[in-house]
Design a protein around this ligand. Structure first.
Ligand code: COA
Length: 388
């Protein structure tokens, strides 16, 4: 069946299912819409390209959670709560410092969110309590991620500043320097573009956990665990690692051809829903050129364009184009951000979508409980060990 923007569905409905729950409908939502045929992404009715250009992450998070663009006083209050919650309990910082330096920051982020939950007496989830916890998590995930970046490099932690905007403070806490206007704009835009994306794996994971009426911290921690995988958020790291190994146009073309010949999936390409160019990738690509040039990495940008060209030549007819993870990695790399931080940054943004969708589902929550098609026997008799 075809869906229209804002279309209502009468449950139960008939759908065609594919592996990986393809085609399955989990719920109704007015938070965001991914139009895979037109290549359009909408948050609460607004085109994400418009939001990326004109909004801020704070305003977009408000929009996702509360369903409308805020008035000035509403945004001021939301912003105040985000700023107020930036501090991290020193006991949590100690826990993070004790984890092995070699552990991936996403694993440490899982620990951080579980720890934040342990230090916050909120254990049940309802809309009011969940909203409070959600705002705290949106704020604290940025602080914790920046702290993890410093801990990984054996650098002193930088305390958050309450006078800076969310993206600005995040970059400040990573580098110790107040970022320039372009850096702040690009990070803000990256946070807006990653904030929500339909019923993707991590959003679904966090909603499944919340549907058991588990608390917001557990649900967000589960979302982080799911986002970590290379087929989901982790793709941005692998994509960049592939690109920086390529030293010339010829090598880039050959690498893609080898991947095609050996049927190796190329990270940063393809999408379950988009069968045309990912609209987020289009926006990132525009900024990637400028940011790479500014960082003296125009060659890396050119390599990326060549890889895109080869992949699209081979797979464009199958609906495989760059996704959000392809050009975002170039941008982060040019901003001087370590590759291991790319997926955590995704989480710093996507937490807004997770929180919004959990809160939307909560008032009429029903525990998620799909079924598997059982293919095993049903009539075996138990045999004692000595008779097997
Ligand atoms: C995103 C992704 C998981 C979607 O998966 P999916 O909807 O289950 O699609 P499939 O993995 O079943 O792929 C369908 C076909 O396209 C091919 N394909 C999909 N993505 C591909 C890629 N990045 N490179 C090469 N081939 C790809 C598959 O090999 C498969 O081909 P086949 O029909 O000949 O077997 C998949 O495109 C992928 O693994 N991309 C790389 C990881 C990535 O960038 N993830 C970030 C997503 S935002």
């Amino acid at each position: 069946m075809a869906f229209k923007y804002g279309g209502k569905v009468d449950f139960p409905i008939t759908v065609t299912l594919g592996r990986g729950l393809e085609g399955a409908i989990t719920n109704e939502s007015s938070i965001g819409y991914v139009d895979g045929q037109e290549g359009k992404l909408v948050y609460r009715g607004y085109d994400v390209a418009d939001l990326a250009e004109h909004s801020s992450f704070e305003e977009t998070a408000y929009l996702l959670i509360f369903g409308k663009l805020p008035q000035k006083d509403e945004l001021d209050e939301f912003d105040r709560q985000l700023k107020e919650n930036r501090d991290i309990d020193p006991k949590i910082i100690d826990i993070l410092k004790k984890l092995p330096t070699t552990a991936h920051p996403m694993s440490k982020l899982e620990v951080a969110v579980s720890s934040l939950g342990c230090f916050d007496p909120i254990t049940i989830n309802n809309v009011e309590i969940g909203t409070q916890a959600g705002i705290k998590l949106i704020s604290k995930l940025a602080s914790v991620t920046a702290m993890l970046a410093r801990i990984r490099k054996n650098q002193d932690i930088i305390a958050p500043r309450k006078d800076l905007r969310h993206a600005e403070n995040f970059m400040y806490m990573i580098s110790g320097e107040i970022p320039d206007e372009l850096t702040t704009k690009v990070m803000d835009m990256a946070l807006i573009l990653h904030a929500d994306h339909g019923m993707n794996a991590s959003t679904f994971t966090s909603m499944v956990v919340a549907s058991t009426l588990s608390d917001m911290y557990s649900a967000i921690c589960a979302g982080i665990c799911s986002l970590k995988g290379p087929l989901h958020g982790g793709a941005n790291e692998f994509s960049l690692e592939n690109l920086i190994k390529l030293t010339s146009e010829t090598e880039a073309r050959k690498w893609v051809q080898d991947c095609i010949k050996n049927k190796v999936k190329i990270m940063g390409f393809g999408h379950r829903i988009y069968k045309v160019y990912d609209p987020r990738a289009r926006i990132f690509k525009r900024y990637a050129k400028e940011i790479c040039e500014q960082a003296g990495k125009s060659d890396l940008y050119k390599i990326a364009e060549v890889v895109e060209d080869e992949v699209v030549k081979a797979y464009g007819s199958k609906g495989i184009f760059p996704n959000v993870d392809f050009y975002s990695g170039l941008i982060y790399n040019s901003l001087g951000i370590d590759t291991s931080l790319f997926t955590p940054i995704f989480a710093v943004s996507r937490v807004a979508g997770w929180v919004a969708r959990i809160l939307e589902y909560l008032p009429n929550s029903r525990i998620f409980r799909p079924r598997a098609v059982y293919t095993g026997p049903t009539d075996l008799k138990y045999t004692p060990m000595e008779e097997r």
